[in-house]
Design a protein around this ligand. Sequence first.
Ligand SMILES: Cc1cc2nc3c(=O)[nH]c(=O)nc-3n(C[C@H](O)[C@H](O)[C@H](O)COP(=O)(O)OP(=O)(O)OC[C@H]3O[C@@H](n4cnc5c(N)ncnc54)[C@H](O)[C@@H]3O)c2cc1C
Length: 423
Amino acid sequence: MTNTQPESFDVVIVGASFSGLTLAHHLPKTLKVLIVDAKPTAGATVESTGLITEHTREEFKTFFPIDDHITNPITTIAVIAPNYDDWFVSQTASPWIYQTDTKSLVKTLAATLPKNVTLKTSTAFTKVDDQDQPKFITLLHQGKQYQVETKFLVGADGGNSKVAQVINGLSKNKNFLFGFEQVHYGEVHLGPIPEETIYHFWFGEFSLGYGGWLSPTRLNGKPAFRIGIAKLPKDRGEVHELLKRFLSLLQRRGIITITNDPNKPDYVFGSHIPIGGVLKNIHHNNTLLIGDAGGFCGAFAADGIKGSVVSGKESANVITRFLSGEPYALQKLKPQMNKHHSLMHYYKKQVHYRFIWDLMKRDRTFTQMYKVIESEKESFLEQFCDSKEKRKSLAWTVIKFKHVPKLVKYTWYLFCDRFARKG
Ligand SMILES: Cc1cc2nc3c(=O)[nH]c(=O)nc-3n(C[C@H](O)[C@H](O)[C@H](O)COP(=O)(O)OP(=O)(O)OC[C@H]3O[C@@H](n4cnc5c(N)ncnc54)[C@H](O)[C@@H]3O)c2cc1C
């Protein structure tokens, strides 16, 4: 510990990724802000596939030239059944989601921060002087600890938030998926327009919890793809081996070709995704959790970028009001966020979908669900978009009289899955 007087800030933000950087862009320029991240540089690694919806693109556009970081718009979803032979595509007239270049996006968000914000990387937040109402924050840089003083502390430090751990009154995420992804140079060959398609693999027994994904993109001007699986955290030890098998299976079936050494992807990462829904206590005295730290992530779709950007934007407003002497301002964050296309309702629905998905254990159950959805393929993506962004429910896509026989079979399999061994 050095003997120099700790530098003083109005707001300290822990985490320089989607949520922390968005907040730093939106806080008033009159406030002195510090944002810290343990990584060597902001965007050195980004633990996200980086798919954003049209509405998330609009949220970015209000403060950031997001289109410079979009590699390819996506109009089509391909759903692949557990046997890999059956698949369908569903298309919309205009892009539904967008693949971004995550590293350039986060790097540029950091490089364009306003002058009132100081960014310190290779700097980890470790503890506070008072776990109820912190004033002095301890940071660790190159093995040396030092303190800074702050009026307000924000945890934008991801699902396993250290800020949430050290502040007594804050809730902590408890339910997670472990997502593991590799980025390879190469091409995808399935379906009519692979570069505009996101591929979702439903293979229950292989990867319980979520399934697998394949998202074509471009890296340094060359065709590439992102491929990943998500597992329950207890099975995270298997992810390397499973992704290897998944990759070679897709190669054997001619679905992908890889131009680099398959054992040397351009980029690899794994991280926890909070899937328990929005946390109850996201603020306590002069502290607040945003982004994944606050549980602002779709429990079923595992999409958290929108929640990060929206919570980053809206928290700027409530923090400013709090610092101006409105003690209850932080309570307004969730209602304010809900004004962005009913985001809080979306998160609630996602928790229900997660509940059903977690009941499914066997490939035959996923296959049966696939059969129901396949017969709605013409409207599936339109409905899916609606359910993602509006208040319509995806459930109404499948709960129809004509599907009763298939749904009865599905329900029976679901019931039998209760007796199947987990994992
Ligand atoms: C495999 C995978 C794929 C995903 N794909 C998508 C997708 O396609 N679309 C989508 O919308 N969402 C996706 N998500 C979720 C999305 O990435 C997250 O919701 C989003 O990154 C959350 O942003 P954040 O800023 O809250 O936290 P994070 O992006 O997790 O960033 C937290 C930051 O805090 C820093 N940090 C942590 N602890 C400390 C500490 N003690 N001191 C200093 N710094 C610290 C970390 O270094 C990190 O930079 C995916 C997640 C995973 C894991």
